[in-house]
Design a binder for this molecule. Sequence first.
Ligand code: SF4
Length: 70
Amino acid sequence: MVLKVKVDRERCQGHARCNALAPELFALDAFGNAHEIGDGRVPAGLEDKAFLAKANCPELAVEVIEGEGS
Ligand code: SF4
């Protein structure tokens, strides 16, 4: 099973908590708004960080999606 993170850019208000908690998964643009790195795939071992970022986003903008394979 593969986890992916995704930022809803309509909701994101740029608190940068996701990036602070999981810099491997989230990058910030020049305005401090976040986006997932690459295609959002969560490398093995970083699953907890993905859920931590989701739990700490005050705008509920972080989704963690479970999927099969690629
Ligand atoms: S914590 Fe949420 S609102 Fe803040 S930058 Fe990340 S996605 Fe955006």
